[in-house]
Design a protein around this ligand. Sequence first.
Ligand code: SAM
Ligand code: SF4
Length: 363
Amino acid sequence: MKRRSRLFAHDPGSTPHRAAAVRGRGAFASGGPLVDPQARRIRYLRVSLTDRCNYRCTYCMPEEGIDRIARADLLTLEEVATIVQVFAELGVERVRLTGGEPTVRRGLVELVAALAAIPIDVVLTTNGARLAEMAAPLRQAGLRGLTVSLDSLDPERFAAITRRGVLAEVLAGLDAARDVGFSGIKINTVAIRGFNDHELGELALWAWERGHVPRFIEVMPMSAGRLYVPGELMPAAEIRERVAVAAGAPLVSDSGEGVRGLGPATYWRVASGPHAGRRVGVIAPMTENFCASCNRLRLSAAGSLHSCLARDDAGDLRSVLRSAGPVALAARVRAVLGYKQSGHTFALDGQGGPDKAMISIGG
Ligand code: SAM
Ligand code: SF4
């Protein structure tokens, strides 16, 4: 019978080896930082903790018939911590926990604490349904940043797009997060023509009033385009126009051609008027391709390392970790990075996307 580690006592698959966070820095990886064949430096790792979710967003997953990762194939949380430590030693500065819905993975709070101790900047993307109860422990565990998805401020429309979400729960979660000290919470809205395009301005104003940062995402043709409707795409330029109309003033790039943080968004500020200085982010893979500045890799909940959201090729880290241990991981990571392509092949008509679903890799 497997011995449980105390650190991840709630994790059903916990393995006996001790978590990375308790080892010394530099224990596993050597060599220089991670640089891909296009000379892009990797600074950001997105980790999917589960492919399960308490919602069923229409653009993210089909209602039925998605292949699920078997429990035995999931990385344990200790394995996740070990992998993140290797990435930290390879120069990665930030890890984003995502999914699926990361808050449905048991042991999330302990994982955040272990990762924060590596140390690495730990941030989370969530649908917010469980935030009311989890915001305080997550904050205490060392979570540095929060992104909450919110596609509509209308309860019925919110329920329709999520297929089971309760808007009031998410709003309560956002209030709780702010109350325990999270600031600059990012609100992710997928902009969908014919569904919420008329709400984009209102969402921006709503977010600003509460000190949040609204961000709008162009819908992407994941799942081989099966969930994508070309006419629903709201191009970034039109998104900015809607926000500018609501703000009553033009938007200007945050600096030069649009300043970027570590993530894929470009940021814009309201130039004048009552909302002057307010920021809005736009994530525009479809019409304002940002692949040239890509700085990230993605780890699935089953331990496969994906060099691109929009492509299916991936390398298995789980088997390397289980058979050869953490030291061999760095070499595998560099091998996967060697295949990172210069860009995605998403086309506006929905062609060119990967077979994988967003829920299975994490947005
Ligand atoms: N469950 C969490 C959530 O919803 O925030 C984290 C995972 S979710 C896959 C991450 C982000 O991807 C969400 O903001 C979601 O709206 C976005 N997303 C999902 N499918 C998408 C698609 N086809 N195009 C653009 N964004 C998508
Ligand atoms: Fe779940 Fe997030 Fe996908 Fe919605 S977008 S189904 S909340 S993983």
